[in-house]
Ligand binder design. Structure first.
Ligand SMILES: C[S@@+](CC[C@H](N)C(=O)[O-])C[C@H]1O[C@@H](n2cnc3c(N)ncnc32)[C@H](O)[C@@H]1O
Length: 483
């Protein structure tokens, strides 16, 4: 704003000028006031941001991420602080990156079982091990491996406590009851088939990870550890483990041991372990007492009243130890003929064999929300198997069939013809496409709001165009992509 000069010839003129100046001054005052207000609010915002930053720094210091503690060097030059580890803060470095037949999230199977023909390659990074191939020694003895990876293309880091898995078709459930990529720590877990290992490189199939996915770890899949056992199996294993533990192989030979045991049993001097935790007062009294027969009776009675296998499983470890000791005793007694077969049959051990109706005893195992699998003694949410989203019939137009048949497997590369990089034939590609589409890969939004729109995805070097109708997906066109 420009200030006028107060030089004026007449008094009226002068008055007018003064008036004008006063108006200008008043406008300027208003502007200054506004500026002050702006400045004040900017300062307040700055203070708030500073306070927030200070609290982040404080919490990082508290959980060890910003603490100057002695760091243990890792071979890769990374460092990890023991304090941070104790707080669950880890510094990760990918052991390698997935080269996948899926280049983007769209159309990538939601679980590896959806498309067993999907393929990926993982080369162990030389920055992790000087000799990466050494880290894979022995892994070829396993048919399947767990791949632990980072959902690096999540796009945003926010995660919600409740999510809408596509298979629930818009219904919300807790994030931890799903396999959503959007989790507090963007960690994925895939059970993949291990095809072959060549040097430092692992070839996988049955995968659901996209190109460039950073892999944090590989672990062998070991059904003995990773797959829960059915009740009968579990008991068999425990019994044999207990027997193994009870036999000090090198010290006493079998016949010496049997003789000693028999003698002790018959003389009432058998050293049954004195386990009292988890026992009733009566049981404690009896285990303190060297009266072996009384102990047998108490435990047999206790287990006779345990009329389901499920209850037997819930025995305390000490009770189980006691019972395993009894199992051993039983076998020697039955050999020595000290007890009649009928009496032996009545012991607690036999109650293990009782069959249970899980629905009767544990109703949580059988209701409309839960599927119980007796073979593995596991329950899963029913929507996993009986999804409200039904699987689709997959069709190919004659045009799409022709497109697909034009592709060649990698080893038959011919100039000018589209070539697969991972898939071995057009038939494999067709089966893989069917796997992907039959599981309805659309998001809930697309499924409900954009039903009539074309859907595109890439598999290996093929760019696929399809559309969805009521209960089916139809492949319209397949073009080669060169990447
Ligand atoms: C539902 S998640 C399940 C992954 C894994 N099997 C699990 O249970 O943790 C699979 C989906 O994650 C997406 N995805 C795969 N790799 C990804 C990555 N690197 N970053 C972000 N999303 C990815 C794909 O859309 C795929 O369909």
């Amino acid at each position: 704003m420009e200030m006028s000069n107060i030089n004026c010839s007449t008094s009226t003129d002068c008055d007018l000028r003064v008036q004008k100046l006063q108006q200008q001054i008043s406008v300027m005052r208003k502007e200054i006031k506004n500026l002050r207000q702006h400045a004040d609010s900017a300062v307040r915002e700055q203070r708030k941001s500073l306070a927030a930053l200070q609290s982040v720094v404080a919490s990082m210091k508290e959980d060890g991420r910003l603490k100057d503690v002695k760091a243990d060097p890792l071979p890769t030059g990374r460092t990890v602080t023991s304090q941070a580890l104790e707080k669950g803060v880890i510094q990760t470095a990918p052991i390698g990156y997935i080269e996948s037949c899926f280049s983007s999230k769209n159309g990538t199977p939601r679980q590896p079982t959806i498309c067993s023909l999907s393929r990926a390659v993982l080369k162990i990074n030389k920055s992790i091990f000087n000799n990466p191939e050494h880290s894979l020694i022995g892994l070829d003895q396993y048919s399947h491996v767990w791949i632990i990876f980072v959902f690096h293309k999540n796009g945003h880091v926010s995660c919600k406590a409740k999510v809408k898995p596509p298979r629930l078709n818009g219904v919300k459930t807790g994030v931890f009851s799903t396999r959503t990529p959007h989790r507090p720590n963007a960690i994925g877990l895939t059970l993949a088939k291990l095809e072959i290992i060549k040097g430092d490189t692992v070839y996988l199939s049955g995968i659901d990870m996209i190109q460039g996915t950073p892999v944090l770890d590989i672990k062998p899949y070991i059904p003995d550890y990773d797959s829960p056992k059915g009740k009968r199996n579990q008991l068999d294993t425990e019994e044999s483990a207990n027997q193994d533990q009870a036999e000090p192989a090198a010290v006493v030979n079998d016949s010496e041991k049997k003789n000693t045991m028999k003698g002790d049993v018959l003389s009432g001097n058998l050293a049954i372990p004195k386990i009292t935790i988890g026992l009733t007062e009566e049981e404690k009294y009896l285990t303190d007492n060297t009266n072996f027969e009384s102990q047998i009776t108490v435990l047999a009675d206790k287990n006779a009243s345990c009329d389901t296998e499920v209850d037997a499983i819930h025995q305390t470890p000490n009770e189980q130890k006691m019972l395993s000791a009894l199992a051993e005793v039983k076998s020697y007694i039955s050999q020595s003929g000290a007890f009649s077969e009928a009496a032996v049959e009545n012991t607690a051990i036999q109650s293990y064999c009782a069959t249970a109706d899980p629905c009767k005893d544990e109703p949580y195992k059988c209701n409309e929300h839960v599927v119980y699998d007796e073979a593995s003694n596991t329950t899963i949410a029913s929507w996993i198997r009986a999804s409200p989203v039904s699987s689709l019939e997959v069709r190919f137009t004659p045009h799409a069939e022709r497109d697909l048949n034009a592709f060649e497997p990698p080893y038959q590369a011919e100039l000018g013809k589209p070539v697969f990089r991972y898939l071995k034939s057009a038939d494999e590609a067709k089966a893989a496409i069917k796997g992907v589409l039959s599981a309805d890969p659309r998001s809930v939004y697309r499924r409900t709001r954009c039903q009539d729109q074309l859907f595109y995805f890439t598999l290996d070097t093929a760019h696929i165009t399809c559309w969805f109708g009521e209960g089916f997906a139809e492949v319209l066109r397949i073009k080669a992509v060169h990447n």
